[in-house]
Design a protein around this ligand. Structure first.
Ligand code: HEM
Length: 169
């Protein structure tokens, strides 16, 4: 069964690369470059790439949840352990519990950003690029995106601790 465990970790790491890498590209490369250009073109580009990355992002988050659960299973951590107290005895319990908590926060922030704040901001931006509504909407959308980015980096750090048996002593 070792090959199934390693395949699950491989898919998990690939999904993490695509999701975190995609966010970094959007924030560090695409947005700053298009903002220097024509406002209408910038709004269309951000909206188009945002919609496309939204699909990839949710496929990644789904893959991370499925393979993460498998990874836990192969590490002998089962759903029931969270309810009979045995999970707390596991050396990776604390970093993994914090990782799952941050993951839940990322899911909630991503849902609000991807299906509410983001589409509202790009619609206002396309309607009237320099309107107060467009500026406020873009500020809100980039705040959600940046908080998610920071949480993503923290999750990867916690993942490194989990893969190495817990917090460094
Ligand atoms: C945004 C979400 C997530 C990201 C970016 C992420 C990232 C990672 C990375 C990069 C690793 C490999 C670490 C290394 O080998 O040094 C890892 C391992 C792991 N992840 Fe995640 N993960 C996420 C969500 C989850 C979830 C939701 C679960 C549980 C349901 C989970 C459970 C695990 C486990 C158990 C390992 C250890 C794998 C092993 O045994 O080597 N992860 N994660």
């Amino acid at each position: 069964m070792l090959w199934a465990y390693e395949l699950s970790v491989w898919l998990h790491v690939l999904a993490a690369c695509a999701w975190v890498g995609g966010m970094v590209f959007l924030v560090v490369v695409l947005v700053p470059v298009v903002k220097r250009g024509d406002a209408a073109l910038a709004a269309a580009l951000i909206e188009g790439s945002g919609r496309r990355f939204r699909t990839l992002g949710w496929v990644c988050l789904g893959t991370l949840l499925a393979t993460g659960t498998l990874n836990m299973h192969f590490r002998g951590i089962h759903f029931g352990d969270f309810f009979d107290g045995s999970f707390a005895q596991n050396p990776v319990a604390r970093p993994l519990a914090l990782k799952l908590l941050l993951f839940a926060a990322v899911l909630a922030l991503s849902a609000v950003h991807d299906f509410l704040v983001g589409p509202r901001a790009t619609a206002a931006w396309r309607r009237a690029p320099s309107s107060p509504e467009a500026r406020a909407g873009r500020r809100q959308a980039s705040l959600f995106g940046r908080v998610n980015g920071v949480l993503a980096l923290l999750i990867v750090l916690l993942a490194v601790f989990v893969a190495r048996g817990g917090y460094p002593s």
